[in-house]
Design a protein around this ligand. Structure first.
Ligand code: EPU
Length: 338
């Protein structure tokens, strides 16, 4: 057990976009005790905690300290009930957790298969895919409060989860809470979630008997649409799907034929991929950055050498063309770090 510290550290391997940037200091710890013992005041500021770097766009070299958790454990509290609590360290690769729980026949995480990133980031970002958000299976989040320098627990309600949102993302909490562990609640009883378009079809119409069958189907869908992270850099969906008033949707699509999802509060969610597609931007590029052909919500590092400025220019182009055509301002889902 040791804290690992590197100065002027290359961050290429710590952001899935593959931006060639560096940070003044990189610090990785393996336990909460190591985190607590750090002398934060002596570290180059600002401090930024990153997980897998799968939802970040660095716009240049980072002047401060990047903190990274290597707290990696998966503990099952299996008392024979249908519900199985599982406590997981923030530094566990999220998909390792999904793979392991599926192989144990536990239901809950299977629709979130193959999402890049780590468990701590997943709880901050409220990652979601194929009809499931991670908050659906979270019972609580354990953090270290950098302001008060003490451990603190949040129940799921206290996390105030929303679409790709949580209390940890609020501006007033920026840099305050470090997630150290997440308590999940999985189920031994089958709970397949097959409502999302394409999931039943990928299962060949059969009712899945194991979470592994669902995981395999989700992996097939993702591999068809999303770039392979081992080959092409990206940060997944670059924008959030906009949520608009019904009148806005009716103005855009008077006959209601455009893809959309009616939300319980009367608002309408429109797929940003469709808006971008309608602007003819599928495959558009700027320098080494491009709009992914198979899923226009994803900006890729097509050349492998794209600069932050090239990605940012393409981002501005997409925002302005969607704004001009539809009067909707897309909000990035990817966190910009300067
Ligand atoms: N669409 C198009 N053209 C396309 C692709 C999609 O018009 O080329 C339209 C279609 O109408 C389609 C709809 O967009 O039905 C939704 O597409 P998709 O199912 O691919 O999902 P998404 O809304 O584009 C969201 C998440 C993804 C997640 C998928 C699957 C956000 C920002 N993104 O994308 O999450 O994997 O649903 O559930 O909500 C991520 O957050 O990084 C991410 C990849």
């Amino acid at each position: 057990m040791a804290v690992r510290i590197f100065d002027n550290h290359d961050l290429s391997g710590h952001n899935t976009f593959g931006m060639k940037v560096s940070c003044a200091r990189y610090l990785e710890y393996e336990s909460v005790a190591e985190l607590e013992a750090l002398d934060f005041d002596s570290l180059p500021s600002p401090l930024l905690h990153v997980g897998g770097g799968s939802n970040l766009l660095f716009s240049g070299d980072f002047k401060g300290t990047i903190l990274h958790s290597a707290i990696r454990y998966i503990k099952y509290v299996d008392l024979g009930f249908d519900d199985v609590p599982v406590m997981v360290g923030a530094g566990v690769t999220f998909d390792d957790f999904v793979a392991q729980t599926c192989s144990h026949g536990l239901w809950g995480a299977e629709n979130l298969s193959l999402i890049p990133g780590e468990v701590g980031g997943a709880a901050v970002q409220n990652i979601g895919a194929y009809g499931v958000e991670v908050c659906d299976i979270i019972s609580g989040v354990v953090c270290y409060d950098l302001h008060k320098r003490k451990k603190i627990k949040f129940s799921t309600e206290e996390c105030h989860y929303g679409y790709r949102d949580s209390i940890f993302k609020r501006p007033e909490n920026k840099g305050r809470y470090v997630v150290t562990g997440v308590l999940f609640r999985l189920s031994r009883k089958p709970k397949p979630r097959l409502e999302y378009k394409g999931v039943r079809e990928a299962l060949g119409g059969a009712v899945p008997k194991t979470p592994q069958e669902v995981r395999d189907a989700i992996i097939r869908i993702r591999r068809e649409k999303l770039p392979d992270p081992a080959v092409t850099g990206s940060a997944g969906s670059f924008f959030k799907n906009p949520v608009v008033a019904r009148e806005v949707f009716e103005r855009i699509s008077p006959d209601g034929s455009a893809p959309h999802f009616d939300l319980p509060d009367g608002m309408v969610k429109i797929p940003a991929a469709w808006l971008i597609d309608q602007c003819g931007l599928r495959g558009a590029s700027h320098g080494g950055a491009a709009v992914h052909e198979k899923q226009p919500l994803v900006i890729i590092n097509a050349s492998g050498k794209a600069s932050p400025e090239e990605v940012l220019t393409l981002e501005r182009k997409i925002i302005s063309e969607v704004e001009n055509k539809f009067g909707i301002t897309l909000q990035p889902e990817v966190v910009h770090v300067s």
